[in-house]
Design a protein around this ligand. Sequence first.
Ligand code: DGY
Length: 320
Amino acid sequence: MKPKVLITRKIPQEIVEKISSVCDVDMWNEEEVPIPREVLEQKIVDVEGLFCLITEKIDADLLKKAKNLKVVSNMAVGYNNIDIEACRERGITVTNTPGVLTETTADLTFALLMATARRLIEASTYLRNGEWKTWSPMQLTGQDVYGATIGIIGMGRIGEAVARRAKAFDMNILYHNRNRKVDAEKTLGATYVELDELLKQSDFVVIMTPYTPETVNLISERELSLMKKTAVLINTARGGIVNEEALYNALKTGQIWAAGLDVFAIEPVSLDHPLLTLPNVVALPHIGSASIKTRLKMAELAADNLMKGVTNQRPDHVVV
Ligand code: DGY
């Protein structure tokens, strides 16, 4: 008998077929609607493998219901949606999809940085609203990216990929990380600094750190108050790393200049969220890894992890 697995969202057919060659697949057949919690609770009971997304909360209560679960395969590099300790206690393997989304996420991070610095969304809206009457000297002026100082918080794979892009823009690269990255220092000319120093010196502060209990509200009122008035904050990691109320106040009062956000504490962000009322916020719907090639690679990797997990082989990307 094939091991039973649940896929919590509609994924490309070729990947479903691949999984089906080894597993008995049950799939929530919606592309845009997450599986309802009660359906997940009911289906988790007898599956051996779960292929899930960051939209599913895999917590201790859910895991208690899972009688046969061997592997939770998250189609994401981040896994803050999963209670890792509860999985460890129950001997459930958790896997993620690192590596394949590094360059795509770094591209988006840099695109967001440039769009925020040069006010691209505001400028485009200005044109489409018929406000463009003439060319004028200081109209829609922004911040230079070329030659500016970038401070990267979290120098993992994606942080380094952002640093490579920054080097091509002749930026001065600062970073803060749990441990020193000697290779990045040598090859990219990146300089390690303490967090406060990074915040004080950077024109662009880019958050690339994982979301853990230690990084909840890492950037709050005190940290924002250290930043330059001309500084731009970019977050493509996880919304909860930045205290949104403090960020709103800092942007509103001119404590910092602008923010580019691909992530929010609660997603999808509510349309009446105060941050969305500000012209100096560029907001995106969590699309860091959203290129066709990369999403396919992520789904494929998550499928491989799942299939190995349910057939008692060690998956390539084990978190726990
Ligand atoms: C991840 O992989 O963690 C992203 O946030 C979703 O692509």
